[in-house]
Design a protein around this ligand. Structure first.
Ligand code: AMP
Length: 491
């Protein structure tokens, strides 16, 4: 009998596991787009997202905040009760649906109400107070997409529940400001106090007296707000409403003694840690649950119209995904331009002492903030070119099949010490070194047939163009040494 060719273990396994080919879906003629106002985050943005999210996580932990994650879907009633049924978010902007079981659910438009719910559900009031929490994730609001305003966006937020001391307002503000300082984003902090329910009742009367004679001149939304959500009259961005605001009553003139004292102490604490702020009586925040301290943080970047702010459409936001049948493209463009100046708050927050009780818990004072990560990333992109902040440091190049296999293994060994990239599917060395150059890589390791045979590897200094041969097994040590030398040279 002729001797059979011995099959490799892999070949034998493959033969016994042969499956019929998968049915591929039929190609569609029109490529699909993301839903309007939603976008893909692509690799070229990765470094900026990493910088922002890792700083947020590190700062939260450094200040002793515990991580919390709540579901992306919540009962609609949470937001109706928590955020307020006369707010823009609840009236116009939530994505809600009835599920198969008949529950009315919504994609979360914000995080504070859910955290207050979790505080109640998990009996956190029995923990030492205040409870300090942080989270980071996607939120959804069906707003009109504009520069820096999306229908899916990400926020980093902190919440401090269970203590009304004004030092906590200053603490969370100082945490937010530390974030921007660490990222070297120049910002301004705008502070206001909107008082408690008691002082606001009189203030709302004053607003009605001031605005009712001017009702016909207000924008359509503000006409409605005059009846149901009067505080928002103060931060409407429509030009006619901005003009009418001149001489409008100011919240700070109507604070009760306790609220005034609270606000003054918050400002004194900020002075203590040398955090500059502007008093801005137009900051009222849009949600029902806020009381006393409210604040917003804006990029200190020259307008115009924020020349440095990102242009839209973004790379993966096509004209198509921005256009809306209800809005002409001309209108949209005008509002985009206006938005560059207007929608630029990077973050905001305040006290919400009534929210936990509103959701069925005990009376619980609380304060927090949210920072919009898309806007942070957009500013970072304008301030720091990607090439200046991070590059993969090491490239593994190979020549020949045996070297390719060795390179795959080497990649896994080396990545424990330094970030490594490779282009293992490429055959030619020239093509691989071109990629390494494009990636601004400092060193490349090259393994060819000869190196496989004699157990060596070449380390190429991509800047100096110098190469040296080293023992393959000594590669991790040699590479670590090279990076240590480089670090020393830089410092
Ligand atoms: P808010 O929850 O409305 O107080 O928003 C806090 C921060 O989240 C804002 O200052 C923005 O930076 C960001 N943000 C809010 N809405 C959006 C949106 N639709 N698109 C992008 N960022 C947003």
């Amino acid at each position: 009998m002729p001797s059979k060719i011995k099959k490799s273990a892999v070949q034998t396994r493959l033969q016994t596991q042969t499956r019929p080919p998968a049915q591929l879906p039929k190609a569609q003629s029109e490529p699909l787009q993301t839903p309007r106002g939603m976008r893909d985050i692509l690799p070229q943005e990765e470094i900026f997202w990493k910088i922002a999210t890792s700083r947020a996580a590190e700062l939260s932990s450094a200040f002793g905040y515990g991580y919390i994650e709540t579901p992306i879907l919540e009962h609609k009633s949470l937001f109706v009760r928590g955020v307020g049924d006369v707010t823009d978010i609840v009236q116009k902007e939530m994505y809600c649906f009835k599920d198969q079981g008949g529950d009315e659910l919504c994609l979360r438009p914000e995080g504070t109400a859910a955290v207050a719910r979790a505080y109640i559900n998990h009996g956190m009031l029995n923990l030492p107070q205040p409870v300090k929490l942080w989270y980071l994730g996607p939120f959804f609001r069906r707003e009109r997409p504009q520069a820096g305003r999306y229908r899916e966006f990400h926020q980093w937020s902190v919440e401090v529940l269970g203590d009304e001391h004004p030092i906590l307002d200053a603490e969370v503000i100082s945490l937010a400001m530390a974030f921007f300082r660490d990222l070297e984003i120049p910002v301004t902090l705008e502070m206001n106090s909107i008082g408690c329910l008691e002082c606001r009742a009189g203030f709302k009367e004053e607003l009605a007296k001031f605005y009712t004679p001017k009702r016909e001149l207000l924008c359509d939304s503000c006409k409605v707000r005059l009846g149901s959500n009067r505080m928002r009259l103060l931060d409407c961005k429509e030009p006619q409403c901005e003009m009418l605001r001149e001489g409008a009553p100011q919240t700070t003139d109507h604070l009760c003694d306790k609220c005034r004292d609270h606000f003054i102490r918050v400002l004194e604490y900020l002075d203590e840690v040398s955090i500059p702020y502007n008093l801005n009586t137009q900051i009222v925040r849009g949600l029902d649950y806020y009381n006393r301290t409210v604040f917003e943080i804006f990029p200190k970047i020259e307008k115009p119209e924020a020349a440095n702010l990102p242009k839209i459409p973004e790379s993966n936001e096509t004209e198509n995904s921005l256009s809306d049948s209800a809005v002409s493209s001309g209108e949209e463009k005008a509002s985009d331009e206006k938005a560059l100046g207007q929608q630029s708050a990077l973050g905001g927050g305040g006290r919400y002492d009534g929210l936990v009780a509103q959701l069925g818990g005990r009376d619980t004072a609380a304060v927090g903030f949210s920072i919009g990560l898309e806007r942070v990333v957009n500013v970072l992109k304008t301030l720091k070119p990607a090439s200046s902040i991070a590059v993969p440091r090491l490239f593994v190049a190979q020549l020949g099949e045996a070297a390719r296999r060795k390179a795959l293994l080497l990649w896994h060994t080396l990545r424990k010490d330094v970030p490594v990239v490779a282009a293992l599917s490429k055959d030619g060395l020239k093509a691989q070194l071109e990629i390494a150059n494009r990636l601004n890589v400092r060193f490349a390791i090259i393994i060819g047939q000869k190196e496989v045979l004699d157990g060596t590897a070449i380390i190429r200094d991509m800047e100096a163009g110098i190469q040296e041969v080293v023992d393959y097994n000594r590669l991790p040590v040699e590479i670590k040494k090279k990076f240590a030398e480089e670090k020393k040279a830089i410092s």
